[in-house]
Design a protein around this ligand. Structure first.
Ligand code: F6P
Length: 554
């Protein structure tokens, strides 16, 4: 494998970074009026201002040279063509095929996957239209009013985030609920809101082996059967989204109510597949198609735009710039849009499950920092919570600000205030306020000199905090599809440069294995009355403490 820090592209960047660290953003804007026009990009549905970054023309050249040396374009092509880009699981990663709008064949093991994808989309549309029209009837002949999606991770976060994001396009008589946590409170509190006669459960699981989902689905089915419903009624109230027909049928769901997808769709990339059914039920097949088109257009841009004009690649390069050359370890996602309130959580799985890796594709250890910690909350709420640390804390936290220029709910001057706050934050983070400025401001306000001296450093803003601003006209299905595909392709470009596999997730396995053993040990201890002693002393101690506190030892 390539030793990244030894490559000439990396070394050139390292040398260049040591000079660039000395120049502040305020100085850059002071000496270059044209930055806004120079450092901006357009992609389907979205405009990016990346001028508030610690870069100049040379930086962009060096970053693009790194992308070229890492064969980002070749790797994009390999992914879009259906080559095995997930070698540890021996699979392609063809989420792009799920939204592809053209007529070319896309082959996996010689077979064109496009007709199968379109078949499932047609079946989903027929089903969604029936439910939305009130023609899919429950066991007492009433139309469906509530849909409960039972899934976790990629089988929950994507459809939940998108259903929330596209509320202005939602069917007004269908309530969509999401249950993911194995904590019984999640299911119990949801079941309190719905009626078995008018509820449709969608069990969403790629593998159909995930313990949280199967436990929740079993509880839902038991609850359903405790009503007047019989086993024969299950088919009217349970559908499955999965790759595993056998397990779906073993669970007791009619495979006629199963919408399939394929093992070349990664869980966190599966929103475009049958896993998107709750979203299709919410916004309807036509708008779902717009959602797919936005993503397809963004894929085309990722594939065809030159690297220096390629939005996902540029965003990836900026993440690498700060993670690897400025020591940044986290990245803030700040959507200035209430409807995007689950977008940071969704991006956490997309980014951190994909690029939270410490070995290269060939299994050797990485020698540079990989995927950053992703976090965030919608603005303006974040401003009144953690923005203090962004402005005056000691961490460098690059941030993406995401804003729709038009509101879906025009109302008074709310949207103008939202826009003003979003732009004011990026301006403040860039410019800061020097101690001299603070002192002059306080003096002009008549503050006595001793008070100025005591307070001026507390009120100083260093500035020089980098941000990207992403703008769209209006957050509609097309724009959302394009935004998600933008980040998916960004994550892929980062992985291509770090030479890691973004499509596996072995790191989640150990906890799952240990939970199974621990569950069995806890149950055995409850039935035989003997304290558990097969783990480390902390884990044994905790199990025994909990068992005793719950008063269930024999
Ligand atoms: O635990 C991680 C994970 O495998 C994710 O990658 C996946 O999205 C989630 O679990 C749910 O898996 P499934 O859809 O198979 O239930």
């Amino acid at each position: 494998m390539t030793n990244l820090p030894k490559t000439s592209a990396w070394q050139a960047l390292a040398e260049h970074a040591s000079e660039q660290r000395e120049i502040t953003l305020a100085q850059r804007f002071g000496t270059d009026e044209g930055r806004f026009h120079k450092f901006q990009l357009k992609a389907p549905g979205w405009f990016l201002d990346y001028s508030k970054n610690q870069i100049n023309d040379e930086t962009v050249k060096h970053l693009v040279a790194l992308a070229e040396a890492s064969q980002v374009s070749t790797k994009f092509n390999a992914m879009f063509k259906g080559e095995v880009v997930n070698p540890t699981e021996g699979r392609a990663a063809l989420h792009s095929a799920l939204r592809y709008q053209g007529s070319d064949a896309i082959r996996v093991d010689g077979e064109d996957v496009v007709p199968g994808i379109r078949d499932v989309l047609d079946r989903m549309s027929t089903f969604a239209n029936k439910v939305r029209a009130g023609e899919w009837l429950g066991f007492t002949g009433k139309p469906i009013t509530d849909i409960v999606n039972i899934g976790i991770g990629g089988s929950d976060l994507g459809p939940l985030m998108a259903t929330e994001a596209l509320q202005p396009f939602a069917h007004d008589a269908l309530n969509i609920h999401f249950v993911s946590n194995v904590d019984g409170s999640h299911m119990v509190s949801t079941l309190k809101k719905v009626d078995p006669e008018t509820t449709l459960f969608i069990v969403a699981s790629k593998t159909f082996t995930t313990i949280e989902t199967l436990t929740n689905a079993t509880t839902a089915r038991d609850w359903f059967l405790e009503s007047k419903a019989t086993e024969n009624d299950v088919a009217k109230h349970f559908a499955a989204l999965s790759t595993n027909a056998e397990k779906v049928s073993d669970f007791g769901i009619d495979t006629n109510n199963m919408f399939e997808f394929w093992d070349w769709v990664g869980g966190r990339y599966s929103l475009w597949s049958a896993i998107g059914l709750p979203l299709m039920l919410c916004i309807g097949p036509e708008q779902f198609q717009r959602f797919l088109s936005g993503a397809a257009d963004m894929d085309k841009h990722a594939k065809e735009a030159p690297l220096s004009e390629n939005m996902p690649v540029m965003l990836a390069l900026l993440t690498i710039w700060y993670s690897n050359f400025f020591g940044a370890s986290s990245h803030l996602i700040a959507p200035y849009d209430q409807y995007l309130h689950r977008f940071p959580a969704y991006l956490q799985q997309l980014t951190m499950e994909s690029n939270g890796k410490s070995v290269h594709v060939d299994g050797s250890s990485v020698s540079v920092t990989t995927g950053p910690i992703v976090w965030g909350e919608p603005g303006t709420n974040g401003q009144h919570a953690y923005f203090q640390l962004l402005h005056q804390g000691t961490h460098l936290i690059p941030a993406d600000f995401i804003l729709a220029m038009e509101s879906c709910n025009p109302c008074g001057n709310h949207h103008e205030l939202l826009i003003a706050n979003c732009l004011a934050q990026t301006e403040a983070l860039m410019k800061g306020k020097s101690t001299d400025e603070v002192a002059a401001e306080m003096a002009a306000a008549g503050v006595p000199p001793e008070k100025i001296d005591a307070l001026k450093t507390h009120r100083t803003f260093e500035g020089n905090r980098p941000t990207n601003t992403l703008l769209t006209q209006r957050l509609d299905p097309y724009a959302l599809g394009a935004l998600i595909a933008l980040y998916e392709n960004k994550v892929f470009a980062e992985a291509a440069i770090w030479d890691i596999n973004p499509f596996d997730q072995w790191g989640v396995e150990l906890g799952k294995q240990l939970a199974t053993t621990l569950y069995d040990d806890m149950q055995a201890s409850v039935s035989n009355g003997k304290p558990v002693d097969s783990h480390d002393s902390s884990t044994n101690g905790l199990i025994n403490h909990i068992n005793a506190a719950r008063n269930i030892l024999a």
